[in-house]
Design a protein around this ligand. Structure first.
Ligand code: AMP
Length: 300
């Protein structure tokens, strides 16, 4: 097994990256908030395959949480995370403190406009501004050639791609499929919050997406028909309270009435106090050359 190094300061991280670049190494980067599960590990394994140096960041980013959200209770287990990251071949675990990333006079934010307004942007209006700000900082510090994100957070992936494109960044943004539990529930650090009965009820989120997929594959193009069917599945579960459920254009994230190209069926729901998200990306068979059917974006 490779020996992994933990770096806590921006100065040391930058020194490592500039040395790696000077030696002609490809740097691959996986940003995370820790409490690792197979979803995170799948990104790291892909990173290991794609480059010479694999940097994983572990930083619970305060600016992407609203004051009433779960920043304080967000699950953390540094010792376990460090071991898991090392086992999959990470070279550097970059784990800065909040004060290192946000000194007291911090006042600059990065805001991607249109694609952040719908879906999670409605109930979490400051969330994506926090995400893009920290990812921009991390890109500046780590200077990756390739950065890997999960499709589980589909709107985040689209937002980062947009930022990379708009700001002419030279990082290649790669999206990876959602890793699920055996019963279909998308893996998430937040699943640990679920009480046993909530965990059981949460299966219906995936079932509703599977139902959508079946109908889409039969050629149904009316979004309302698909949403009705999904709501039928979800309403049979009284513990689920929907935040949103929408079918959107997979690139613009604008809601569509008629399915003509690639779409994302996206949902967010509360189980008790826990908010979970999930989605299905449906690539229209008739539009195989659409941009999102290529996994990678930004510039190579
Ligand atoms: P997080 O630590 O939750 O901020 O996630 C860090 C990265 O892992 C993000 O790019 C997520 O989209 C990705 N990720 C989280 N859960 C999953 C999953 N179940 N499958 C694939 N990727 C995931």
């Amino acid at each position: 097994m490779r020996k992994m190094e933990v770096i806590k300061t921006i100065k040391e991280m930058k020194a490592f990256s500039s040395q790696g670049r000077a030696m002609g190494k490809t740097i691959v980067f996986v940003p995370t908030m820790g409490f690792f599960h197979e979803g995170h590990l799948s990104l790291m394994r892909e990173g290991r395959r794609r480059g010479d140096l694999l940097v994983v960041s572990l930083f619970v980013n305060p600016t992407q949480f609203a004051p009433h959200e779960d920043l304080k209770n967000y699950p953390r287990d540094f010792v376990r995370d460090r071991q898991m990251a090392e086992e999959v071949g990470t070279d550097i675990l970059f784990a800065p403190d909040v004060e290192e990333m946000y000194p007291s006079d911090h006042q600059t934010y990065v805001q991607v406009e249109k694609v952040t307004r719908n879906l999670c942007g409605r109930s979490r209006p400051t969330h994506f501004r926090g995400v893009t700000t920290v990812v921009m900082m991390l890109f500046e510090i780590v200077t990756p050639h390739v950065a890997i994100f999960g499709e589980k957070d589909y709107q985040q992936l689209v937002t980062i791609r947009q930022m990379a494109r708009d700001l002419h960044m030279s990082v290649q943004v790669v999206g990876m499929p959602t890793v699920r539990e055996a019963d279909g529930l998308a893996m998430s650090s937040r699943n640990t919050y679920l009480l046993p009965e909530e965990r059981k009820a949460a299966r219906s989120l995936y079932r509703s997406l599977q139902r959508a997929k079946e109908i889409l594959q039969k050629g149904e193009q009316r979004a309302s028909r698909i949403l009705d069917e999904m709501n039928g599945v979800l309403q049979s579960e009284p513990l689920i309270r929907m935040d949103y459920i929408q079918i959107c254009d997979a690139c613009t994230l604008q809601e569509v009435d008629l399915i003509e190209g690639d779409v994302v069926v996206a949902l967010a729901a509360y189980l008790g106090k826990t908010r979970l998200i999930d989605n299905l990306v449906y690539r229209s068979p008739s539009r195989a050359s659409h941009p999102i059917s290529q996994k990678d974006s930004a510039k190579d």
